[in-house]
Write a protein that binds this ligand. Structure first.
Ligand code: CP
Ligand code: NVA
Length: 315
């Protein structure tokens, strides 16, 4: 079986812990694991802009002994309509794994169905699961644990970060609270899945339109841009409904006094978060950005090791 990481719940709670432990180990000893030595190549495909994901996967694959091949889809035949199924056949004979940032989750799932090497979600419209692994590693570093902690996410409840917090934090046994305006609440199917997971891990899931209620006594306060990539046309319309969800000093006063602040970045100061909060000592966003590399290295090593066809580049 080939292991993929298309959404947060592709890892069981035990596997998530294993990956986070491995990420800590790799952070302590950067070149300790060399599963891509050869070097074997990992294709990093981007249909949307990226700074952190591009950097952290490129450096991370090199750390693992491999060769990162960054491709902007617009410069490939995928951008001219070559079928995903055909691209899959070509990729699996050249590279050890594929990391893809794209729009539709369905396209990522289609690629994974037609390929015999691990596929990793580097962000879709629906999920951003690699980011959540890095976030969980960061929370564990600063709080010592995950299970039982409360994470409040303020802003666009229907975006990739919200959906991935719901699943990823539920898997970790955390209490997830989404504070979002009406009309921007999470996909009910994902919410149901998160509730189902939380029941088995001791976590919980809440969605509210009341920002302060969401943040009350929270151990972790997280936010994200109000305008995700691909939604630029909605920028003006979103300003008024999202304004009450700004993570500012007043909102932080409702959280636990030792709460930490997460933001996947890029951040828009004065919109979803104030400069006073993101640049305060409570903010751990730079650790979070660094941890992308450690968490993704651990994930890649785990997927390669737990797939039963670890070296399929030739047929
Ligand atoms: N957080 C994140 O994924 O950043 P980039 O869009 O810069 O990759
Ligand atoms: N929700 C944001 C995350 C950026 C890393 C987006 O999709 O643009």
């Amino acid at each position: 079986m080939t292991r993929h990481f298309l959404r947060d719940d592709d890892l069981t709670p035990e596997e998530q812990t294993r990956v986070l432990d491995l990420a800590d180990e790799m952070k302590r000893d950067r070149f300790s694991y060399r599963p891509l030595a050869g070097p074997r190549t990992v294709a990093l495909l981007f249909d949307k802009p990226s700074t952190r994901t591009r950097l952290s996967f490129s450096v991370g694959v090199a750390d693992l002994g491999g060769n990162p091949l960054v491709l902007d889809s617009g410069s490939t035949q995928m951008g001219r309509g070559e079928p995903i199924e055909d691209t899959a056949r070509v990729l699996e004979r050249q590279v050890a794994a594929v990391v893809w940032r794209t729009f539709a989750q369905a396209d990522l799932e289609n690629l994974a169905r037609h390929i015999n090497i691990p596929v990793v979600n580097a962000l879709t419209d629906e999920f951003h699961p690699c980011q959540i692994l890095a976030d969980l590693q960061t929370v564990r570093e600063h709080k010592g644990t995950l299970a039982g902690l409360t994470l409040a996410y303020l802003g666009d409840g229907a975006n990739n970060m919200s959906h991935s917090y719901l699943l990823g934090c539920a898997i970790a046994g955390m209490h997830v609270r989404i504070g979002a305006p009406e009309g921007y609440h999470p996909d009910p199917v994902i919410l149901t899945r998160a509730n189902e997971i939380a029941e088995s891990t001791g976590g919980s899931v809440t969605v509210t339109a009341d920002a302060h209620k969401a943040a009350e006594s929270a151990d972790v306060v997280a936010t994200d841009t109000w305008v995700s990539m691909g939604l630029e046309d909605e920028k003006e319309d979103r300003e008024a409904p999202f304004r009450p969800y700004t993570v500012d000093e007043a909102l932080m006063a409702a959280a636990h006094p030792e709460a930490i602040v997460l933001h996947c970045l890029p951040a828009y100061r004065g919109k979803e978060i104030t400069a006073g909060v993101i640049d305060s000592p409570q903010s751990v966003v730079w650790d979070e950005a660094e941890n992308r590399r450690h968490a993704q290295k651990a994930l890649l090593a785990y997927l390669l090791e737990s797939s039963d066809n670890p070296e399929p580049e030739t047929r």
